[in-house]
Ligand binder design. Structure first.
Ligand code: ZN
Length: 374
């Protein structure tokens, strides 16, 4: 068993590696030493290395733990303050998502999708084959690696909300441990790669919020409880917020996360402007919606005098607070959502395209999550 002296020499060796530019190796060595012995200096240096390796979330978590462990550690407190003021990394590091060589790319210009198209048919074919193999099964398991839980898991799949003859992989492939589905697990990876506290999440009664509240520091969640409820009020333990008129002050958050909410808001541009307003400069919006990069946004409903007027046949999605009726879908979002993010006050915006058999990020050959930085 390594002694404290061994840990001290591992610390010194890690600093030498870091000085030689080998940050990843230095970080791995120092993380081992810290696991054995909670030496404040080593934790502080590990946080600096984590940040240099592009893992700001890990750096903040380490420094927050350290300021509790050693409240007098001035350097840790100063590092934590300065980390909270710098912008999130851009572009985000996506190499961990694409560990199996699958797709993980940030697309800021529509033409950047073209290099991903040649494999699209093969990916769809893989999904089709998976459907054929399991056509007689009510439920089945798909092995993969849950990056949210950092363990290998058997993802659960079935035919609920099936789309076009193949399973709705984006909404299924639930991990039995974190209970998140494919798109939610992908969002957690982007949150880990780009997120900085404080966090605001547009949901509260969900497994995703459970993950956020137990994993991330400083998380506020909310639900929409009705048009006559004042923003910020709490009813039966649930905070109410209207995406079109958030009750938060300007510059309140480092990261905003929205999972399949923004197809249900009555005015997408107003909702995005509110996100930009309550994010601090350099803060990040991570937003998933059903998204077709090759079409333009179609508005299905509009409000006139507060009443919905249907421009197209009504479509409802599942809503944990209204299981009978669900949430009315106002928009089918397309590529212009990226431009709308820029118009709403974000300095950078794009779409992360991802597909990974290893991680169980499947569905229509590619999944998309929108990201933007104020
Ligand atoms: Zn999991």
């Amino acid at each position: 068993m390594p002694s404290p002296a061994d840990d001290a020499s591992a610390h010194a060796e890690a600093l030498e590696l870091a000085a030689a530019g080998q940050d990843d190796a230095a970080r791995a060595l120092l993380a081992d030493a810290v696991r054995r012995q909670l030496d404040p200096e080593a934790i502080n240096d590990l946080a600096v290395l984590a940040h240099r390796c592009g893992d700001a979330t890990e750096a903040v978590a380490l420094l927050e733990a350290l300021t509790h462990l050693a409240p007098d550690h001035t350097a840790a407190r100063e590092n934590l303050e300065s980390l909270r003021e710098i912008p999130a990394p851009w572009p985000p590091r996506l190499d961990r998502i694409a560990a199996d060589g699958a797709v993980a790319a940030l697309i800021e210009d529509h033409a950047e999708l073209d290099p991903l198209r040649p494999g699209w048919m093969q990916r769809l074919e893989f999904e089709r084959q998976l459907s054929v193999v399991h056509r007689d099964d009510e439920q089945w398991l798909v092995p993969g690696y849950c990056a949210t839980c950092s363990t290998h898991q058997l993802f659960r799949c079935d035919w609920v909300s099936t789309w076009g003859g193949t399973p709705n992989f984006r909404e299924r492939l639930h991990c039995p441990r974190c209970h998140l589905n494919s798109r939610q697990r992908l969002v957690t990876q982007l949150v880990k790669a780009m997120g900085q506290p404080p966090y605001y999440v547009y949901e509260l009664v969900t497994t995703f919020y459970q993950w956020a509240a137990t994993t991330l520091p400083q998380v506020t969640g909310s639900e929409y409880l009705g048009h006559d409820v004042p923003g910020g009020s709490v009813i039966n333990g649930l905070r109410h917020e209207d995406a079109l008129e958030l009750s938060f002050a300007d510059d309140s958050f480092g990261t905003i996360v929205s999972c399949d909410v923004f197809e249900h808001v009555a005015d997408i541009d107003r909702a995005l402007q509110e996100c930009a307003r309550v994010l601090r400069p350099g803060g990040t919006l991570i937003l998933s919606v059903p998204f077709d990069p090759d079409s333009q946004t179609v508005q299905r409903v509009e409000l006139r005098d507060g009443e919905p007027v249907h421009l197209l046949e009504p479509v409802y999605h599942g809503n944990p607070l209204d299981q009978e009726k669900g949430s009315l879908t106002f928009y089918d979002h397309g590529w212009d959502l990226v431009d709308r993010m820029r118009s709403a006050g974000f300095s950078r915006a794009g779409v992360v395209a991802a597909w990974s058999q290893y991680h169980g990020y499947l569905g229509r050959g590619m999944q998309f999550v929108l990201v933007a930085q104020r």
